[in-house]
Design a protein around this ligand. Structure first.
Ligand code: ADP
Ligand code: MG
Length: 532
């Protein structure tokens, strides 16, 4: 029996397991590639293709191709429409997971069942829930949803004899994530996360596309606008630009044939017209370091480069220039996340009684005997010396409450700031606004601001509740406590209380965007009806 780690990436996905020698190993897909494009193409008659085949249809049938679905995870207002059927982000992700699991299962001659799926550290509760549901919809038993940078660190083999502070710089295809983690005493803790969720290798591709369009139009006199309006031509260029970019990681110049013209691009030109993108990753890196500094991080033992786009030579060079005193190391750019997830999954299964409660996992489908067997291959120590890895997390969003402040106006005031270590508890001592108040409105919000007072437009409502009835005849300023509790999985619960009368209201955050059980069943039926 094996436990698998799946890196469900924005642009590429990867699956790995820990082999009998205790080494993490990636399983190639049916096309013999170690990573599979996270692209789904629908065809007439309920057939879908995933991966390279799907990507290639970008230039023939771009409207039925769905890519970068990860950006839509946890959103309710997004569905992909193809051949009279609507698909949620969970369903599209499930299709990708099914293909990856099926291929790996066939390659190994063993069904893929127990998995750990990774997600970015900044993913909020809803996105994590959606990722888990995608796994369930794909017929998988999801042991845990693990942060990608944590997985990369595990895979890098960070040992715990000496405490270390590591920055994981992950430049993928559709996102840029920078995460600062601390490793000590068998525990891996995320200290701060940042980055840009809408930037990645695709933006570098687009810069190449713009350059090629500009140059080719100059040469053949065609209008730039008409090229941009041609979906098939643009789909074709998207593929060519990515290929050209990858070649530029190896060669000093490339030629792109497009729309009857040949456009040559040198590496230094490429570096120049994309330097604003690279610079913005440096700015974001500094912002995240500043957050970590507030939490006591004053030095770094290393910078780990993760994500396919860190293969662009300018990335490594720029980081070394910016941080001359920190060693910059490559961490198996496209495979480390899946491998680390597999190692973690193995660890979880081997120590099921320890780790289940930490990860809200469903528990592996293994027996006690199999567990004993697994303990031989765990990451920290072996046999009876084996120790579980513990993972500590921070919340990725601030939690705020609406209060009437001293200026007599309503304000949304942050109570727990993002990057606070979880589990945590916070008590707000507030009071009633007026005399004879019999109820108190409790409105709780989530936001990514770093300020104490936050604009409502920047907030997402989590709870709209009420404490009451309170005894009659209370004066203004009667004490109301609001207790915020966040558990190790990031689940928030709130108790509002008027202690003297014993009035208590327990409020649960409802994940408004999560699929209900029935909805999930519908998505499963849709996915199962497809021929993948
Ligand atoms: P994600 O996790 O966001 O899906 P990955 O970490 O798998 O992304 O990285 C995918 C990105 O890396 C794509 O934009 C791809 O074009 C880019 N990439 C892969 N190999 C290279 C290379 N040799 N040179 C430059 N970019 C590369
Ligand atoms: Mg990635």
């Amino acid at each position: 029996m094996k436990i698998f780690g799946i890196d469900l990436g924005t642009t590429y996905s990867c699956i790995a397991f820990v082999n009998e020698y205790g080494a993490a190993e990636v399983v190639p897909n049916a096309e013999s590639q170690t990573t599979t494009p996270s692209v789904v193409a629908f065809e007439e008659g309920g057939t879908v293709s995933v991966g390279d085949a799907a990507k290639e249809t970008l230039n023939t049938d771009p409207d039925n191709v769905c890519s970068t679905i990860k950006r839509q995870m946890g959103k309710r207002d997004f569905t992909f429409y193809a051949f009279d059927q609507e698909y949620t982000p969970e369903a599209i992700s499930a299709i990708i997971l099914k293909k990856i699991a099926k291929d790996a299962g066939e390659a190994l001659g063993e069904e893929v069942k127990d998995v750990v799926i990774t997600c970015p550290a900044y993913f909020g509760l809803e996105e994590r829930e959606a990722t888990k549901k995608a796994g369930i919809a794909a017929g998988l038993n999801v042991l845990a949803i693990l942060n990608e940078p944590t997985a990369a660190a595990i895979s890098y083999g960070i040992k715990t004899e000496e405490p270390q502070t590591v920055m994981v710089y992950d430049l993928g295809g559709g996102t840029f994530d920078v995460t600062i983690i601390k490793v000590e005493n068998n525990s891996i803790r995320v200290v701060a996360t940042g980055g840009d969720h809408m930037m990645g290798g695709k933006d570098w591709d687009e810069k190449i596309s713009s350059y090629v369009i500009e140059q080719s139009c100059q040469a053949n006199g065609e209008s730039v606008d008409s090229v941009y309006a041609d979906n098939e031509l643009m789909g074709d260029l998207e593929l060519k630009s990515e290929k050209a970019k990858k070649q530029l990681s190896q060669k000093d110049s490339v030629k792109v044939k497009f729309n009857g013209e040949t456009v040559e691009i040198s590496r230094s030109q490429f570096d120049q017209f994309t330097s604003d993108l690279l610079e913005s990753t440096i700015t974001k890196t500094h912002e995240t370091m500043l957050e970590a500094e507030k939490k006591g991080v004053d030095h770094y033992d290393k910078i780990l480069l993760v994500g396919g786009s860190t293969r662009m030579p300018q990335v490594d060079a720029r980081l070394k220039q910016e941080f001359p005193n920190i060693p910059v190391e490559f961490c198996d750019p496209d495979q480390s996340v899946a491998k680390g997830a597999a190692m973690y999954g193995l660890n979880m299964a081997a120590f099921a009684e320890f780790s289940e409660k930490d990860n809200n996992g469903d528990g592996p489908t293994i027996t006690k005997e199999e567990q004993e067997e697994l303990r031989r291959n765990v990451f920290f120590g072996t046999g009876s010396q084996a120790k579980p890895i513990t993972i500590k997390n921070v919340i990725s969003q601030c939690i705020a409450v609406k209060l009437i402040c001293e200026d007599n106006k309503e304000h949304i005031v942050n109570q727990i700031f993002k990057n606070t270590e979880i589990p945590c508890e916070h008590v707000l001592h507030a009071g009633t606004h007026m005399a004879n108040q019999t109820t108190v409105a409790i409105e709780i919000f989530e936001n990514a601001s770093t300020d104490e007072y936050v604009d409502e437009d920047l907030c997402k409502a989590l709870v709209d509740g009420e404490l009451g009835p309170l005894p009659s005849g209370l004066p203004a300023g009667a004490p109301i406590d609001v207790v915020f509790k966040i558990d190790e999985n990031g689940l928030l619960s709130i108790d509002a209380e008027h202690k003297p009368s014993g009035a208590v209201k327990h409020l649960e955050v409802n994940l408004q965007n999560a699929l209900s059980q029935e909805e999930l069943q519908e998505e499963i039926a849709k996915v199962n009806a497809l021929h993948i």
